[in-house]
Design a protein around this ligand. Sequence first.
Ligand SMILES: *Cc1c(COP(=O)(O)O)cnc(C)c1O
Length: 223
Amino acid sequence: MTAWRQVRARVDAACERAGRAPSEVTVVAVSKTHPAEAVRAAAAEGALDFGENYAQELDGKRAACADLGGLRWHFIGRLQRNKAKLVAGKVALVHAVDSVALAEELARRAEGRVQPILLAVNVAGEATKGGVAAEAAPELARAVAGIAGVRLDGLMTMPPPSDDPEASRPSFAALRELRARIADALGAPLPVLSMGMSGDFEVAIACGATHVRIGTAIFGARP
Ligand SMILES: *Cc1c(COP(=O)(O)O)cnc(C)c1O
């Protein structure tokens, strides 16, 4: 079995254990630093969603794979405002919006399209991390929800690195709770919870993840 199929099988099994349908969880294959050929190989196995952290790299790979059709590109990294034009209106989802200014720039650069976005939340309160603090997330969500040109679909988080998948559980549970609170306050469904990576995606699925971002387990270690 290929790595992609193994990962998808583990995702499906985690869904089953959680009493969820496998169709509820999208695997975003994180292809950053890997060549377009790696994307093609995974796509040939059935992968449809690909995640990148760098705007130029995404742009290049999307062009190199344009003939495949049907692929969905996700921008999962921190996005500098001056790179917004490279992704706005061109990707399925921008996972890590953390300011009104960035949301406004994406809206402006989407050129009449509506760019789906998530807010990146630093639920563990790590000083060195990007993302909005959990306490500030409701206010940011309200501000962003009022911007025509972007559509707030949900939240994403990246827990503190750990070798123990269970260490991520409190962060995942907190994101899910925060999503419920913000959805209530806005009266919007916010269907997407982007959480879980190679080391902890099964825990994330147990906690309600709808998008898991998996690189190493599919493509191997990054150079
Ligand atoms: C690189 C990256 C991933 C994938 O990490 P792996 O541990 O290789 O699965 C997921 N999310 C974000 C935001 C990343 O930068």
